[in-house]
Design a binder for this molecule. Structure first.
Ligand SMILES: *[C@@H]1O[C@H](CO)[C@@H](O)[C@H](O)[C@H]1NC(C)=O
Ligand SMILES: *[C@@H]1O[C@H](CO)[C@@H](O)[C@H](O)[C@H]1NC(C)=O
Ligand SMILES: *[C@@H]1O[C@H](CO)[C@@H](O)[C@H](O)[C@H]1NC(C)=O
Ligand SMILES: *[C@@H]1O[C@H](CO)[C@@H](O)[C@H](O)[C@H]1NC(C)=O
Ligand SMILES: *[C@@H]1O[C@H](CO)[C@@H](O)[C@H](O)[C@H]1NC(C)=O
Ligand SMILES: *[C@@H]1O[C@H](CO)[C@@H](O)[C@H](O)[C@H]1NC(C)=O
Ligand SMILES: *[C@@H]1O[C@H](CO)[C@@H](O)[C@H](O)[C@H]1NC(C)=O
Ligand SMILES: *[C@@H]1O[C@H](CO)[C@@H](O)[C@H](O)[C@H]1NC(C)=O
Ligand SMILES: *[C@@H]1O[C@H](CO)[C@@H](O)[C@H](O)[C@H]1NC(C)=O
Length: 898
């Protein structure tokens, strides 16, 4: 049948060619190429390659996506990002082809063996498709090939030995497939090899000993495999290496001294392996080094002072190893250092003041070591420090008053040390403190300073297990963002002030303070302070919210900052726009400085003045996160909006205002039933408002965890399954556009009146674009419990990471349990709890929500199938997780097989 079609195409093509004699150039070339292209165009539906183009007297060499040789043979075809699929066999007839780029399409099935006929081929890019099966050994015949890219497909089996004929290869990219077996030795014999990537596969065995020995290898990335043995010395032999990424394998042995040969080496990422030995002193020879990450190994010895010579070093992560000794003070010479992470070692001595005085330092994590000495007075003399993490050490002395200079801090961890003295009131000057203030398990005494009440952004406050005295001051009611408090095991006295965050805390937050009374404790304070009738019992969830929002701080801060910079930089333009948008001249009414509605036919329906006014009334509040509050706003036009109000945090950094507007606009054009689109934005005073459609049924989290507890709740498995399909479709669509979501959680999935799910917070994902730049090293992984395990090593949110988070949401729907729950036990989240069921001797049925799984045999069967999908999605190995599109298919299959 297909042959017949082809015949017809060729015939028609030929006939039209006869009727409209094409200019002689074509005949000079090869009439065959023309017919081949028409047939390919028809098979793949390439716009611009249709037959009627033949009537055009100019030749096919001017068609889109095509380049010809001087004598009219097709030499180069670039058909990327066109969503093409179909049979590619015919391409092998274009005998002069040197360059073939089919990346970012949806081609599937095996890679055509017939490509082996393209003997002139130098560049072959089949990446980002759905090719499956094994790599055809026939490709070994393409001896002129310089670049082979098969990344991001579904290829299985091993890397064939038969490819050893590809002696001219410069670039070999095989990442994100399911290739297994070992890396063949011929790869090491390639004399021109510059780029070799095979990360996120299932490769095992050793890295070939001769890799790099004969070639000028520049980039080697093999992370997330099962590779063992040591890092071959030869990798560094030629001294040209620029990037080395071997994270998350089973490598052993030492980091070879020869690493010092590579003057251009800028990135070394060897974390999460079993490496041993010292860091070689030759590391100091790497003047270009910007990124050194070797956490979670078994490295030992001292932190070599030669690091100081790496003046471009931005991140040094040596966490969870066996390093001992002190932090050499010369490390202060690394003037570009932004993050120093050495937690979980056996380091001791003083906190290095030279490092702290570095102007670029953003994060210092010395926790879980044996640092003794005291916190230096110069702690924040000149720093941008946002994270000061000194917990679980042996620090002594007082907390210096100068801690108040750390005005940029988001998190301050000093717990589990031997700190004495009182809590300095200057701590109230750290107005940015948001994620946590932890002074627990020390020897602090005296009263709580009233200035603590000034920390109005702080979410988590832990002062437990000290010797603090006096009352809990009423001034602490100024801590408006507080969710999690702990005052337990001190000598505090008097009534617990009536303040929602206190009353919502479990009584364990106040226990072991003999003089303390009032709700949530059971001890009465006399008549004036009876128990309050608050909705109590805050549980683990609060803690989760805290941790989750902590992680999100950066995201929100950044967005807000972008918005403000935008405002400040565009003050002039703003005034003009403002006049247009501002309609209310009420004095109490803030002035909208800048705003826009992206959706043309809603422009008339939205009145910024009314939007702003509505967000000033608490009665319109639907939900309140720590960094944003959501309001329901009704327009006189009848339109109902959900308005997200972002709070001002910081007005520094970033010059991305135009980019932000463009991105918001672009996102507003994203058309998918399962994605929430931004409708517009408005800015006034220090507040930014993002406008979205209003969704009456709230979030999936509410649906799962609150409505299922209500009286008269009806088991709803089919609804949940269809929600799962919808969410998966929304995410698959985002991935198709190469957009990675930064915060998938049931709290960010909303339900419309038909319980159709819509994924929210898409704009955050796009605006931050974590794939670019190292500036935001501390960028964000999402909400606690949903964060994929590999994030700890890669610090990158990826599509497989999204699949993991989706898997957690699916587990949530199957079990009606939160992603983290005290009941799971210490350090166990929902994923681990589900995965651990077999070892606990529980059957899958025992973890499913029995209210659903016992309704009918069909429901139970479907839930078990969905559980399989969820387990695939939450596989520890990112490469093993299915792509989002595959997830959609698997879930749809469950729906259809009813
Ligand atoms: C023929 O094709 C060329 C290139 O696609 C185009 O520039 C030209 O306008 C076309 N001529 C006609 C008559 O369609
Ligand atoms: C692709 O087309 C060729 C003929 O052009 C045919 O032999 C082959 O079977 C087709 N492949 C598939 C997967 O349909
Ligand atoms: C595939 O690899 C080649 C060689 O490294 C590279 O030039 C090309 O950009 C890659 N393709 C994609 C889509 O990244
Ligand atoms: C590689 O995977 C294939 C299935 O894709 C399997 O048949 C084969 O045994 C595996 N080989 C190794 C060495 O694990
Ligand atoms: C690689 O080259 C070495 C010598 O240069 C040779 O002995 C060996 O057989 C080659 N290996 C492969 C797999 O081609
Ligand atoms: C490389 O490092 C070693 C050890 O630190 C040092 O002795 C040597 O001089 C360095 N070589 C160069 C070229 O900088
Ligand atoms: C450090 O980085 C800058 C900017 O990337 C670069 O220009 C400079 O050459 C680097 N310094 C060294 C010693 O490599
Ligand atoms: C780490 O190294 C120490 C000493 O070299 C050894 O005792 C220990 O077993 C190693 N641990 C692992 C997990 O390899
Ligand atoms: C810190 O610990 C080291 C090693 O145990 C010890 O030599 C040093 O005297 C201690 N310093 C202080 C200030 O306690």
């Amino acid at each position: 049948m297909e042959n017949l079609c082809l015949f017809l195409i060729l015939t028609i093509g030929f006939l039209s060619w006869c009727q409209n004699p094409v200019n002689s150039e074509v005949i000079n070339g090869d009439g065959d190429d023309l017919f081949t292209l028409i047939a390919i165009g028809k098979e793949l539906k390439v716009v611009g390659w249709e037959e009627d183009k033949l009537k055009n007297t100019s030749n096919y060499c001017s068609w889109p996506h095509i380049t010809c040789t001087s004598n009219q043979f097709v030499e180069k075809i670039v058909l990327s990002h066109l969503n093409l699929q179909g049979n590619l066999t015919l391409i092998s007839r274009l005998k002069s082809l040197k360059w073939l780029d089919l990346s970012f399409n949806t081609f599937h099935g095996p890679i055509p063996q017939s490509f082996a006929n393209l003997l002139d081929l130098e560049f072959l890019d089949l990446s980002y498709n759905k090719f499956d099966g094994s790599v055809p050994i026939e490709l070994g015949k393409l001896i002129k090939l310089k670049s082979l890219n098969l990344s991001n497909n579904l290829l299985t089996g091993s890397i064939p030995n038969e490819l050893e004929g590809l002696v001219n290869l410069q670039d070999l990219q095989l990442y994100t497939n399911s290739l297994n077996g070992s890396i063949p030795n011929w790869v090491g014999n390639l004399t021109n090899l510059r780029v070799f990537t095979a990360y996120e596969n299932e490769l095992s065995g050793k890295i070939p000993e001769n890799l790099g020995a004969f070639s000028e290898l520049q980039l080697l990335n093999l992370h997330s495999n099962y590779l063992e043995g040591s890092i071959p010395k030869n990798v560094f032999a030629n001294g040209k290496l620029e990037f080395l990424v071997l994270t998350q394998n089973k490598l052993s042995g030492v980091l070879p001294d020869s690493v010092g040969n590579c003057k251009d080496l800028s990135s070394i990422r060897i974390g999460d392996n079993g490496l041993i030995g010292n860091i070689p002193k030759e590391i100091g020879n790497l003047s270009s080094l910007t990124y050194f990450e070797a956490d979670n190994n078994n490295l030992s010895g001292e932190i070599v002072q030669e690091f100081a010579q790496c003046s471009n070093l931005t991140l040094l992560n040596l966490a969870s190893n066996g390093f001992s000794g002190i932090i050499p003070s010369v490390l202060g010479e690394m003037i570009n250092l932004q993050e120093l992470i050495v937690s979980g070692n056996s380091l001791f001595g003083e906190i290095p003041t030279s490092v702290l005085s570095n102007n670029n330092l953003n994060k210092i994590d010395l926790s879980n070591n044996r640092f003794n000495g005291s916190i230096p007075q110069s702690v924040c003399n000149s720093s941008r420090l946002q994270y000061l993490l000194l917990g679980q050490n042996s620090l002594t002395g007082r907390i210096p008053n100068e801690i108040g200079n750390c005005v940029k801090l988001l998190e301050l961890q000093l717990g589990s040390n031997y700190l004495t003295g009182t809590i300095p009131p200057e701590i109230g000057k750290i107005k940015n403190l948001q994620i946590a203030l932890n002074l627990s398990f020390n020897r602090l005494h005296g009263e709580l300073p009233l200035d603590l009440g000034k920390l109005d952004k702080l979410v988590s406050l832990d002062l437990s297990n000290n010797q603090l005295t006096g009352n809990i001051p009423l001034a602490l009611k100024g801590m408006l963002s507080l969710i999690d408090v702990n005052f337990a095991n001190n000598h505090l006295t008097g009534p617990i002030p009536t303040f929602a965050p206190f009353q919502k805390s479990p009584n364990s937050s106040f226990l072991k303070n003999e003089g303390l009374c009032g709700y949530p404790l059971t001890s009465f304070c006399g008549s004036s302070n009876g128990p309050q009738s608050f909705n109590h019992k805050v549980s683990y969830k609060t803690v989760l919210v805290v941790i989750g929002s902590g992680l999100l701080v950066f995201t929100s801060v950044t967005i807000v900052v972008i918005l403000f910079t935008m405002r400040e930089n565009q003050e002039k333009l703003a005034k003009m726009v403002g006049k247009e948008d501002e309609e209310v001249n009420d004095d109490s009414q803030p002035f909208v400085i800048l705003g826009n509605v992206f959706v043309e036919n809603l422009k008339q329906a939205i009145d910024f003045g009314i939007v702003v006014k509505a967000t000033l009334k608490d009665s319109n509040k639907i939900s309140s996160g720590t960094f944003s509050t959501i309001y329901k706003v009704e327009m006189p036009s009848g339109l109902t909006l959900s308005v997200k109000r972002l709070k001002s945090v910081d007005k520094t950094i970033l010059h991305q205002q135009n980019k932000m507007i463009r991105e918001l606009e672009r996102l507003s054009n994203l058309c998918h039933d399962n994605l929430i689109r931004p409708i517009g934005f408005a800015i006034y005073d220090d507040v930014a408002l993002l406008l979205h459609q209003f969704l009456p049924n709230g979030s999936l989290a509410r649906f799962l965890h609150e409505s299922s507890k209500e009286q008269g709740y009806k088991p709803d498995w089919p609804v949940r399954l269809s929600i799962a399909v919808g969410v998966a479709e929304g995410l698959a669509y985002l991935h198709h556009l190469a957009i990675i979501h930064l915060d998938i959680s049931s709290g960010n999935i909303f339900l419309d009146s038909n319980f159709n799910p819509l994924v929210g917070e898409v704009e955050i994902s796009k605006l931050l674009d974590p794939s670019r730049g190292t500036a935001s090293i501390s960028a964000i992984a999402g909400s606690f419990g949903y964060i994929p395990p590999e994030y700890a090593y890669t610090m990158q949110v990826t599509a497989p990471g999204n699949v993991y988070s989706f898997g957690v949401v699916l587990l949530e729907m199957l079990t009606t349990r939160a992603p983290v729950d005290e009941e799971f036990g210490e350090g166990v989240d929902l994923v681990k709890w589900v995965q651990g069921a077999p070892t606990r001797g529980e059957t899958p049925e025992q973890i499913l929500d029995a209210k659903l799984s016992t309704v009918s045999f069909t429901w139970r069967k479907e839930m078990l199938s969905a559980l399989k999908v969820a387990l695939l999605c939450t596989d520890k190995i990112p490469a093993k997780r299915p792509k989002m599109k595959k997830v959609v298919e698997m879930l749809q299959e469950i729906v259809e097989n009813k």
